[in-house]
Ligand binder design. Sequence first.
Ligand code: PRT
Length: 286
Amino acid sequence: MKERLKIAVQKSGRLQDGSLSVLRECGITIDNGGDQLIASARDYDADFLFLRNSDIPQYLEDGVADLAILGENVVIESGKKIEVIHKLGFSRCRLSMAIPRGADYDSPAWFNGKRIATSYPATLQKWLKDQGIEAAIHEISGSVEIAPGIGLADAICDLVSSGSTLIKNGLREVEVLLESEACLVKGPALTPEKEAMTREILFRIETVEASRNNKYVLLNAPDEKLEIICSILPGIKSPTIMPLAMTGWSSVHSVISDSDFWDVIGQLRENGAEGILVIPIEKMVR
Ligand code: PRT
């Protein structure tokens, strides 16, 4: 009998929508969101476990779940034997030190002898040790940013994305301990069959990302400009060139990456390309 992959996803919170949407784009779907604790995928040999983010590393290490989508910050803080196998590019944030806005700050030595509130004691402890700083860590599970205002701590170590929570609470960010984003994570002891299923999911994720990050381009060019235009548009292997009905002109088809899209379009126009069409790619298998 075929094994079923167990994929842990956050039960509710910032990561849930993004996680379900990545899996959906890879053809792994469930009928309803995280209303249940466990749900079977409709079109893949997998079950979804809906769990609290902070519990997932333990379930992965124990083999209750095989794969999960988690913030890198949680993976690092957990210290569990679990492996980040792919960064997914959403839920980006950073774990930072923040202090009252009016305090003078010149270096991490400022934190010597201070009380620091955080939900990330292990990551903070390591950073303090690396910096040679002695400070008292107050572990709290939520609303860390209010700790200095109510006299519980002198500073905080917390996640920041837009920075508006810090501003609202009269704090300013002074050090970044780590940058984080959602990741695909696997447990330490997958069977060969589950390793193969994991490789298949990774392949699907990379295919979806490649299509999202690239565009299909069609243009017309005078034949004498084809060499230069092909050098601007290398494509996956090389561009396709087809003659137009009008003599002396050809149609060139290729793929360009989103990151240098405007630069490439500018160069194409300067070199005589006309009638440039840019089309989104549904799926791209390299
Ligand atoms: O309850 P559970 O165990 O499932 O987890 P949780 O309470 O940690 O979940 P959740 O949904 O709050 O966060 C899930 C993951 O989202 C985190 O582990 C991060 O990887 C990621 N993430 C991305 C964030 C943020 N951005 C974020 N801004 N997690 C929390 N925040 C909080 C931060 O703690 C602070 O209170 O948002 C506030 C700051 O936001 P800005 O935009 O004002 O800077």
